[in-house]
Design a protein around this ligand. Structure first.
Ligand code: LLP
Length: 403
């Protein structure tokens, strides 16, 4: 049985903490983590939670307590990781296009550094030589992921060092003495086909011959979770078995034993999250019926930004009479959450829930239109705990200087 929060639980939390409210379910995060850990238990595998998906300190602490390591993309995520109790050897820093000073800061903090461009590799090697081994992020030139905006491993992507630049990497390694102990790829988000990982893995295996000091291969994140009713999760058990097989063969042929790393974001927290909003107005136009809610793309940008689909339910009316609605926010700009969606009849004041709101939900929110960011609540052992206060008006002025 999959861990879910019931309409009654969601309603009670919305009544207690107000709306809009992000609600996260600790047991669901644990369920997802355990699924990965169990599937990969036959191989030497580590999971680094990609905390850009949801970085509330309480979620980081929870993920840490489950046994995960942490994948960070900014020095601030690294610092949050330390605050949450992650040890430096369990924090991976995978920045992109950052200033070199940020890399130096990460080095001083002692975390694992994943370098994604040759100039930085060169500078780092010049400065530290063989004293601080690094991982390099390779771009395998694979098109993968749910949509182009979240595809990162193709030839036009800014991410990683092209696999065709291997010779250049070798030159830098040779002339600076830098030790490369890991190679990394991340081809995209929402990958449902196990073969994408295997294809990438083959490319990584080929690359290993250029790196004599390798200890691990990092295959990134991007595991697909279901968003629509008829979608299914990537087959983690199949992936684990295929990856195990591939590594076994590689070990036999190369005589090298490498650790396998992954960086799941959505897989751990997407389904654990709910955004509950209130319907402000039902507006009938010549063309449609709008259900206008007290939220917008300032709170959940994924539908407008990626055309992402989020399942919605009217939790105030469970009766089976469905009508067709366009669900919109209250932002002064086109702000559509869902087009022509069948929902049980909505009345003003009804609570709607957006599913799959855990990953890249609150995390990508803003104060656009001078609106306040929602509260966040974590449900653990059936008990809701406030883990972020709702913004107040003064938050809008914080850091503004009245000249
Ligand atoms: N590792 C690296 C290097 C990444 O860039 C990402 C995501 C992940 C791991 C985790 O990917 P995940 O398992 O969450 O798919 N905001 C977009 C997703 C952007 C993903 C960026 N990188 C969305 O809401 O769909």
């Amino acid at each position: 049985m999959s861990e879910v929060l019931s309409h009654n639980q969601l309603t009670a939390i919305a009544n207690e903490f107000g709306t809009p409210v992000y609600i996260y379910h600790a047991e669901k995060i644990a369920e997802q983590y355990n699924k990965l850990a169990t599937a990969f238990k036959k191989t030497d595998t580590r999971f680094f939670y990609a905390c850009k998906a949801l970085s509330n300190i309480n979620v980081l602490k929870l993920v840490q307590s489950l046994g995960a390591s942490l994948d960070c993309v900014s020095i601030n995520e690294v610092k949050l990781g330390f605050m949450a109790g992650f040890k430096k050897e369990n924090i991976l820093f995978t920045p992109n296009c950052v200033d070199f000073t940020e890399i130096i800061e990460a080095k001083e903090l002692g975390v694992i550094i994943n370098i994604d461009n040759i100039p930085t590799l060169e500078q780092f090697g010049n400065k530290f030589g063989s004293s601080y081994p690094v991982c390099v992020r390779l771009n395998p030139h694979i098109m993968a992921g749910g949509n182009l905006k979240i595809s990162t491993g193709h030839i036009d992507s800014k991410f990683g060092i092209s696999i065709h630049q291997m010779r250049h990497i070798e030159r830098v390694v040779k002339s600076t003495g830098i030790i490369v102990n890991g190679i990394h790829m991340h081809t995209g988000s929402e990958i449902k086909d196990v073969n994408i990982f295997l294809q990438g893995l083959d490319i990584m295996f080929l690359a290993t011959s250029h790196f004599p000091n390798l200890e691990f291969i990092d295959l990134g994140g991007g595991f697909k979770v279901p968003y629509k009713e008829d979608e299914i999760e990537i087959d983690i058990n199949l992936l684990a078995n295929k990856v195990a097989e591939a590594f076994k063969k590689f070990e036999k042929e190369s005589g090298k034993k490498l650790q396998i790393w992954f960086e799941p974001g959505k897989f751990l927290v997407s389904e654990a999250g709910y955004l509950v909003v209130k319907t402000n107005v039902i507006k009938q136009t010549p063309a449609t019926v709008f259900a206008c809610v007290n939220s917008g793309f300032n709170h959940l940008i994924r539908p407008m930004f990626y055309d992402a689909y989020h399942r919605i339910e009217n939790i105030s009316n469970k009766k089976d009479i469905q009508r067709i609605y366009t669900v919109v926010g209250n932002i002064c700009e086109t702000d559509t959450f869902a087009l022509d969606r069948k929902l049980t009849e909505i009345k003003e004041g009804d609570l709607l829930v957006f599913y799959n709101a855990g990953a890249y939900g609150f995390e990508m929110s803003s104060n656009f239109n001078s609106r306040l960011k929602p509260a966040e609540v974590l449900v653990k052992n059936g008990k809701p705990i406030l883990i972020r206060k709702r913004d107040v008006f003064e938050d809008l002025l914080r850091n503004q200087v009245e000249a």
